[in-house]
Design a protein around this ligand. Structure first.
Ligand SMILES: Cc1cc2nc3c(=O)[nH]c(=O)nc-3n(C[C@H](O)[C@H](O)[C@H](O)COP(=O)(O)OP(=O)(O)OC[C@H]3O[C@@H](n4cnc5c(N)ncnc54)[C@H](O)[C@@H]3O)c2cc1C
Length: 414
């Protein structure tokens, strides 16, 4: 693989960009792999990448029913933060946030990580107490966050309306090193690095069955034929229940639509991310100038990848009262993704009742920020059978009552 560099850009400019190679290969599947990862979203690709980088396991196929990054990884609002309440969550999200800091250098691919800061607004006394508690927990966990006053919120976000008609802004939880990254680039950067290590990314190939020999996994059936493997990692977000059903076990996960929308591009007006949980909406400004807006999940299970209309209305209402200037913006487009939600709002990174079969899911509305940390932990679990970062996130915790309750820190939608 040719390295991307300022020199390469200059050279290609001189020869009309005719010398760029493909960023990743598109091979036909082999008969057998050591490891098959199902799902070429961020988490699946990151798992494959760290299997190769950290453990030298490169006889790997990543199988994707659509196009890589076409699931939730390419549909999210790109917010990255690690200010969670419980210790296991803070550990994995902070690991991920710190890996984002030098991901562009590590992958030799510009993922446009922008640590611009994230504010979670407190608009009720209950939220004030909750976020102050999180700030104290973060201090103990070594995650730098702080409680800020309404005056500081206004200083950071001049376009905000502190005296909302329903809920005034009473302060906020501020994480200065949180921010955003370009979601497609994260998927593309990992894909390019995996392909470079000799791994096969097989797109437009749906896994239709999981083959077992007794209690052991031995391969998958796909729309491109049967493929054998020693281990399988299921990393398919909203489709995880369907996959686990194929393997013969059940997951405590519900799949619901979450949606987002963007406005027409405007001049720079907000250089931090703001989440307003009580009125239920959040917003940031993309590098192109669009206001990127997200809201809540549908209240019913579905696989439509659309989201229902009343949520757009609710989200825009929340945004208009928090940022009155939004009322004059035209919205460009809206989309949805199917997110995988667990009862305690924490993910599952786990071995399963089927030997050799591992699952990574349950990131729900907030897994983009976790991609590198999750891939790191899942790769270690698959390679060694145990991983410190994944220990508490086993699927058995629901049976044992060892919940990792993140319903407050999980925020509006994430
Ligand atoms: C509107 C929206 C906004 C969001 N905003 C944020 C945010 O701001 N910050 C944040 O941290 N998170 C956010 N999220 C959540 C985040 O996007 C997800 O948690 C994360 O992208 C999940 O990544 P993944 O790799 O697990 O899943 P995906 O990216 O969905 O990848 C799974 C892949 O598996 C493939 N697949 C499924 N079934 C099969 C099969 N049978 N065979 C082969 N392939 C299969 C799918 O096609 C898909 O490409 C948001 C999500 C949405 C929908």
């Amino acid at each position: 693989m040719k390295r991307y560099s300022a020199f390469a850009v200059a050279r290609e400019a001189l020869r009309y960009n005719t010398g760029w190679g493909r960023a990743w290969r598109s091979p036909e599947p082999k008969k057998h792999y050591d490891v098959i990862i199902v799902g070429a979203g961020g988490h699946g690709l990151a798992t494959a990448y760290y299997l190769g980088k950290n453990f030298g396991i490169t006889n790997v196929a990543i199988i994707e029913k659509g196009w890589l990054g076409g699931g939730n990884t390419g549909r999210n609002t790109t917010i990255i933060r690690s200010n969670y309440l419980q210790d296991p969550s803070a550990a994995i999200y902070e690991k991920a946030r710190s890996l984002y800091e030098d991901m562009s250098q590590d992958l030799n691919y510009n993922v446009m990580f922008s640590p611009r800061g994230v504010i979670m607004l407190a608009q009720t006394e209950h939220e004030v107490r909750g976020y102050k508690r999180t700030a104290h927990a973060n201090a103990l966990q070594g995650v730098p966050t702080e409680w800020i006053t309404p005056a500081r919120v206004k200083e950071l976000v001049p376009i905000i309306n502190l005296a909302g008609p329903r809920y005034p802004v009473l302060g906020g939880l501020w994480q200065e090193r949180g921010g955003t990254a370009r979601h497609d680039a994260v998927a593309w950067g990992y894909a390019r690095a995996c392909s470079d290590m000799g791994m096969d990314i097989i797109q437009k190939c749906e896994v239709t069955g999981v083959r077992r020999d007794g209690d052991r996994v031995v391969g998958v059936d796909t729309t491109k034929g049967a493929i054998d493997c020693n281990k399988i990692g299921m990393v398919v977000a909203g489709n995880c229940s369907a996959l686990s059903d194929m393997a013969g076990f059940r997951l405590p996960v519900e799949s619901v639509a979450l949606q987002a929308l963007v406005s027409e591009p405007i001049k720079p007006c907000m250089d931090v991310v703001v989440m307003a949980n009580t009125v239920h909406g959040y917003m940031s400004q993309s590098d192109k100038g669009e206001m990127v807006i997200g809201g809540g999940t549908d209240a019913f299970n579905n696989y439509t990848q659309r989201g229902s209309f009343h949520h757009i209305e609710e989200t825009v209402r929340a945004l208009v009262e928090t940022f009155p200037m939004v009322s004059r913006l035209k919205m460009l487009r809206q989309w949805g993704g199917i997110v995988d939600v667990t009862g305690d709002r924490s993910p599952i990174i786990s071995a399963t009742p089927v030997e050799g079969c591992f699952v990574n899911c349950g990131w729900g509305t907030g897994g983009f920020k976790a991609i590198p940390g999750s891939g790191w932990a899942m790769a270690e679990l698959m390679a060694k059978g145990t991983a410190p970062l994944a220990e508490e996130f086993s699927m058995t915790r629901f049976r044992e009552g060892k919940f990792i309750d993140e319903s407050v820190a999980a925020g509006v939608a994430h």
